[in-house]
Design a protein around this ligand. Sequence first.
Ligand code: CAA
Length: 708
Amino acid sequence: MSQNTITSSVVSLEISGAIANITLNSAPVNALSKAVRLGIIEAMNAALDNASVKGITITSSLALFSAGADISEFGNADDLSPMLPEVLNVVENSTKPVFAIVNGNAFGGGLELALACHYRITHAKNRVGLPEVHLGILPGAGGTQRLPRLADVQTALDMIVTGAPTSVQKLDIVFDVIVEKPEHLFEQAAKFVATAIEEEFPVKPVSAITLNLDAKTAGLFEKYAQGVAAKTKGFFAPLQCVKAVKAAFELPFEDGLKRESALFMECMNTPQARAQQHFFFAERAASHVQGMDKNTKVRDIKKVAIIGAGTMGGGIAMNFANVGIPVVMLEMKQEALDKGLALIHKNYLNSAKKGKLSEQQVTDRMNLLSGTTDYADLGDVDLVIEAVFEKMSVKKEVFGALDRVCKPGAILASNTSTLDLNEIAQSTSRPQDVIGLHFFSPANVMKLLEIVRGAQTADDVIKTSLHLAKTINKVGVLVGVCFGFVGNRMIEPYGRESNRLMLEGASPEQVDRVLGKFGMPMGPFTMGDMAGLDIGYFVRESRREFIKHDPSYCIVADKLVEQGRVGLKCGKGAYLYEAGNRQPIPDPAVIDIAKQEAARLGIKQRDISDQEILERCLYPLINEGADILHENIASKSSDIDVIYVYGYGFPVFRGGPMQYADEIGLAEVKARLEYYRDTLGEYGKQWFSPSPMLNQLVADNKNFSSSK
Ligand code: CAA
C-alpha cells in the first residue's frame, strides 16, 4: 500500500513528484522520541513502497534539525522499540537515495540520523555535534562508526570526546553541499536533489566505506587516550569514546556497531551517566519556577546601572557590555570610578592579548560603559545592581537613594552575599521591585547567578531576572532569603569540618588531596588561601554569637589570620607560597598551631582516614542542603546541585551534592551523620544531627530527587 501523505503530529511525509519529503516536527527540539522514531520508519516505508518516488529527503520544520535522542527516555523501563539504531538502519539500507537537509543544529542522534542518510546538505552558518559525552555516554546510534568513515580521525575523535559543537565549514567532507546563505538552503537543496534524481546518483551508505588501523593511526589512538585519561579524571565516558572510535578502524561496520553498543551500555550503567543526565535536566529545570503564571511578562532591560566600581561591580558590568547592553557605573569619587573603568579596560585588553577578543570588540565594549558620581544620572536605567561594601547601613543608604531617583518599574537589585534582602527592600518604597542578584567572583567568568527572592519581590521581577541570567550567559537559580543563601550557607559546614579535622590530626594537604581526588577543583585549604583567609574571618566575626558554643570553630584559621597569614596574597596562609607562584607548600608551623590548639582544647590527635575526611566534609554540607530544602530556601534539590556545580566547582560527574547523596543512599548519609554525632563527643552533638528533612526522606524511603 502506498500513501502520498502522512501527517502524524511529529513526523510528516509529503510526496511531490519523484521526491518524498519527510519532515520532523516535534517541538521544542525534535528529540528522537519513540513517536518520532515510529514516524520516521512509517514515512520511510511509505516512500519506499511508492513506485513513483525516486529520492527521499529528511529535514525539520523547526529552527534546529534535531537535538538527538530523547534524553527523558533514558532509564525508562517501557517498551521503547524501535530503538534509534534500528531506525537508522532503515534509512541507510534504503534502496532509494536519502538526502538529509540539515537546516539547523544537529546534535547527537540528530547528527547520527544525518550520517545514516546517503547525502547531506546544510548551510555555512550551521553547527553540529555529538555531545553525548556530556551526558556520561557516547554516541550510540552509529556516530562513532560513521563519523570517522567521513571525517578524518582527529576531527572525529575531537568531536566525540569533547562533545563540542563544530562549524559545518570544518566538516566539508561530511557534507556534500554547504550552501552559503541559510535562507537559500531549501531552494539549493531542492536543485541538488532534482539533479541527483535525474542523474541517478547512487545510494551511498557511509557504512560501505572501509577503514584500516595502520601503525600511524594506532599510535594516534594510544597518544590520544593518554591525553584524555589525564584531562578527564573522574569521568567515565571520554575513554569509552576513544575505544568506540578505534573500533571503527579495527572491526567491520556491523561488528563496530556492536562494540559501540556494548561500550554505550557500559557507560549508561555508571554513576557518572546518572549524574550528568540528572544535571542536564537540573540546569534546565532551574528556570522553571513553581507557581509562576506562564503569562507573566518580562520587563525590558535596555540599560543597566552598577553601584560600586570595585572588582565585583566591574565584573558584573562586563557581563552586560559583553552582550551589548549599555551600563552606567556609579562611584562616590571620580578617582574610584576612573580606577574601576581602567580595570575593566585592562581585563578586556588581556582577553584581546589571548586572542579572545578583537581590538574592535574591546572598543565596542568600552563604548558601552560610562561612569557617573551623581545618582541623578540613573533616572533612565531599567535595572540597578548594587555592589558596594557588605554592610547593612551602607546598603540601606544606597537603596534609599535609588528609590528617590530611579524611574517607576526599574528593578533594584543587590549583590549582597549574606545580608537580609527583606531589610534592604524596606529602605525603599517599592519592595516589589527589589531582588538579590548574587554574582560569584570573578563575576565576568563564573556561570552561577543566585537570584534571591525577597518576601515581596514581584513575579515579573523574578521572571525578568531568570531571563536576564540567560541573556548574559549565566545560569540563574532562584533562592530564598537566609544567611549566605544556598551556596555560602552550605559551604560553611564544609569549611568548619576541614578546619576541625586539622585539630583532630589531619594535615591541610591530606584534606585537600582527598577532596581533590573526589573531584573538587581544589581542596578547602587551597581555596581558602586563594580567596583570602581574612574574608572568612570577617564573616565569623559578624557571627560570633552563633558559633561561640564551639570553642574549636575554625580556631586554626583564626590564629593564622591573627598572625597575618591571610593566604596567597601575602605568601602564607594554610600553606606557604613562593613569590609569583600559586603552588601551595606545606608548612610545619601550621601543623604546630593545630597541635597547640588541640592540646589547649583537650582534643586528642589521631590518624584520620581519607574516608572520614570525605564524609565529614561532605555529609554536613548535604545535611545543610536538606535543611535548606526543609525551609524552602531552595524549592528543589536539583537547584542546589546547579548552584554547587556552577558556583563551587562540585564535579559534574557527581551531579551536585544532593545527587551524590542520592547515589550513596540517604539512609547511609543519615547513618554516618549519626555515627559522627555519637562518636565525636560534644562536638558531634553540636553539629551532626541529621536534618528533619533527611530523617523524613529516609523514613519514607525516598531520595532528594523524588522529594520535590
Ligand atoms: N531530549 C529530551 N529533551 C530535550 C533534549 C533531548 N535531547 N534536548 C533538549 N531537550 C528539552 C530541554 O530539557 C528543554 O525542556 P524544558 O523546556 O522542559 O526545560 C527543552 O528541550 C529546550 O531545551 P533548552 O532549554 O536546552 O533549549 P536551547 O534552545 O537553549 O538549546 C539545544 C537547544 C542546544 C538543542 C540543547 O537543548 C541541547 O544541547 N540539547 C541536548 C543535545 C544532546 O545532548 N543530544 C544528545 C542526546 S543523547 C543521544 O543522542 C544518544 C545517542 O547517541 C542516540
